[in-house]
Design a protein. Structure first.
Length: 122
């Protein structure tokens, strides 16, 4: 399965697959595997910074959100969307309006006020 990964995701990537580090995530309850990718050079540089004490694992930040319902978190100038759905998304504040209409109304109201505060620098 790992050998077929580059061919399975090549058309989904905006970058050349050769420039990406690809990995399979842990198997999900339904038998599928999440596919993870990172810019190979950026990953290499990050790992070099912690060469004296290498990480035990690398996690997608949105995967660390609670798994109940839909979860949206403002973190370091971007929104992280996760939760019980199998997909993850990170987006900038200016991209929020494109997503807002697809979110539950309660989440939309709360996040719209957060987005306003983020734009204001608060």
């Amino acid at each position: 399965m790992r050998q077929a990964l580059p061919f399975a995701v090549e058309e989904l990537l905006a970058e050349d697959v050769e420039l990406m580090h690809l990995a399979l995530g842990e198997q999900l309850a339904d038998g599928r595997h999440p596919r993870l990718c990172a810019a190979r050079q950026l990953l290499r540089e990050c790992l070099a910074l912690c060469a004296a004490q290498p990480p035990q694992a690398i996690r997608v930040d949105a995967d660390l959100l609670p798994r109940q319902g839909s979860q949206l978190l403002w973190l370091q100038s971007r929104w992280l969307l996760g939760g019980e759905a199998p997909w993850r998304l990170a987006l900038q504040t200016e991209d929020w309006p494109a997503l807002a209409g697809r979110c539950p109304i309660a989440m939309h109201r709360q996040c719209a006020s957060w987005a306003g505060a983020a734009r204001a620098g608060g």
